[in-house]
Design a protein around this ligand. Structure first.
Ligand code: NAD
Length: 491
């Protein structure tokens, strides 16, 4: 597919104008269709303004490359047109648009849909050319976001999906190939990022500010609550509900009552001035209070091999006595003066870890994605008053400690285990390959690394252990571990 093929973008809203801009920049002639004249006018103005910065010659000659129309019937009827629809999220409206397009351009055109949540198979089935219908799921803002999910419905001709993938690549995008399934990759695998955070706050394990702080400290660009407030709680809750409904109310995608309450109150987030945080008078979410540090210990005893503890201890520059044989117990760091044992979460609570050590005081710390770069971490303790010493040790490593309730998997480990499990489920169902899932999650959500990469790093058995502990605590099928993950962990 070359830059000579004409593109017809239907819908001149947020996404349509971004797609039109990217197609113009790649050298295509573009027809932009919207029944609302004011949308067309605003779209032309915005595209021209954005192109003027990087492609002034194109912006100056925009009239030769971009035509705006209030109906598909008025566009040049080239038979090799690629139609990309970005109209409102309705099966009826989208199929009607594709029926009009197939009638106008003929049955040789390609019909690409930018739907985020509808079945590409169902959209295709409502058209006379289902084999020529494909998903082309861009992310907002289109000119900036690198990812395009190219989605094949049951009847999509593989050659058409290949052509669209090649075209998106030639536009400078990175493609993840996916079979039509609810949420495709990103909107499905990312649900746990919000869902676990919402559960932690609903159970009063932690505050939104603390969850956000430790997720950022682990390497995520934004915490889940600030992100939900940015996306809009109304939009985020609607995506969750749509994926949950499409998966026949699977508890893995269950919507959150606390988010529903915010939506009911009109607290949509930044756009309304209130969400999980208040934005009245441009106030920014405040920082939570870290555990005060009680001074750096002189020495630590490291028992067993744990890459995260070793890295954090080497960052702290504290003297370490290393005993390599942990005698069957999980690796730990002990503060010899007060006998506090620090372990990295494997899903057991601090109280359970303490019971396994004859009642010794245990502080469980969260998992890091990159222990060399972590800046804050969640921790729970079996004995009150033990956290300040551990905060002292970790402060020397440049890591702030935030106390949360003593629950399995704390914050980061629990959330990432659930996301990883969904990634394995997506691969098990043949919806996408592990490589495409990692690419999609890194580029579509800005995760520091993809879920298969962190499963490899932590080891599948660690992810499985976390899930199994969550399961044994909650007995909620949301935490049922994926079959492939279990076999990878046990092989
Ligand atoms: P939007 O509301 O900004 O724009 C939709 C446009 O479609 C409006 O200008 C409307 O006038 C026009 N429209 C409605 N019916 C039409 C018709 N029959 N023919 C032509 N135009 C018509 O919406 P948006 O945010 O750009 O979303 C568009 C699509 O992209 C939806 O399917 C959405 O799910 C999907 N999407 C949105 C995002 C996002 O972040 N906004 C991201 C990925 C995908």
């Amino acid at each position: 597919m070359t830059t000579t093929i004409p593109i017809c973008v239907v819908g001149a809203g947020t996404m349509g104008r971004g797609i039109a801009q990217v197609a113009l920049a790649a050298g295509h002639r573009v027809s932009l269709v919207d029944p609302q004249e004011d949308q067309l006018h605003a779209a032309r103005h915005e595209i021209s303004k954005r192109l003027a910065r990087r492609r002034p010659e194109l912006a100056a000659a925009l009239g030769e490359h971009l035509g705006t129309f209030t109906s598909i019937d008025a566009t040049p009827p080239d038979s090799d047109t690629l139609v990309i629809e970005a109209v409102l999220e309705s099966l009826d409206v989208k199929t009607a648009v594709f029926q009009d397009a197939a009638a106008h351009f003929g049955h040789g055109c390609i019909l690409a849909t930018n739907t985020s949540s509808l079945s590409v198979t169902a959209i295709a089935a409502g058209t006379p050319v289902p084999e020529r219908v494909v998903g082309m799921h861009f992310f907002n803002p289109v000119p900036v976001m690198k990812l395009v999910e190219v989605v094949s419905g049951v009847q999509t001709d593989p050659a058409i999906a290949d052509q669209i993938a090649d075209l998106a690549t030639s536009w400078g995008k990175q493609v993840a190939r996916v079979k039509s399934a609810p949420g495709f990759i990103v909107n499905r695998v990312a649900r746990g990022f919000y869902g676990e955070a919402l559960r932690l706050v609903e159970e009063q394990v932690s505050s939104p500010a603390t969850v956000d702080e430790v997720m950022r400290g682990a390497g995520f660009r934004m915490g889940p609550f600030e992100l939900m407030d940015l996306i809009g709680n109304d939009v985020n809750a609607a995506v969750t509900r749509s994926v949950w409904t499409a998966f026949n109310f699977d508890p893995r995608f269950e919507p959150s009552r606390i988010q529903d309450e915010l939506v009911a109150a009109g607290h949509y987030g930044r756009k309304r001035g209130h969400g999980f945080y208040s934005y009245v008078d441009d106030t920014q979410p405040g920082k939570p209070v870290a555990v005060p540090a009680s001074g750096t210990p002189d020495k630590v005893i490291l028992t067993g091999d744990c890459a995260q503890l070793s890295t954090l201890l080497s960052r702290s520059a504290v003297d370490v006595d290393h005993i390599s044989d942990s005698d069957g117990a999980s690796p730990s760091a002990t503060l010899p003066n007060d006998g506090i044992v620090v372990v990295v979460t494997r899903g057991l609570t601090a109280h359970q870890e303490s019971a396994a050590r004859d009642g010794a005081p245990v502080v469980v710390i969260d998992r890091c994605i990159d222990a060399g770069a972590a800046t804050s971490i969640a921790a729970a303790t079996s004995h009150p008053e033990t956290l300040t010493g551990v905060a002292g040790l970790l402060a020397a490593a440049g890591v702030d400690v935030y106390e949360v309730d003593d629950v399995p998997g704390l914050v980061v480990a629990r959330t990432l285990a659930v996301i990883a499990n969904e990634a394995w489920e997506t691969a098990l169902h043949g919806v996408a390959t592990p490589d495409d899932i990692d690419v999609a999650m890194e580029l579509g959500t800005n995760y520091p690394v993809g879920p298969f990469a962190w499963t490899r790093d932590w080891g599948p058995s660690t992810v499985l252990e976390l899930l199994d502990q969550l399961w044994s605590t909650y007995h909620d099928t949301r935490y049922r571990a994926n079959r492939l993950l279990r076999s990878a962990a046990t092989s």
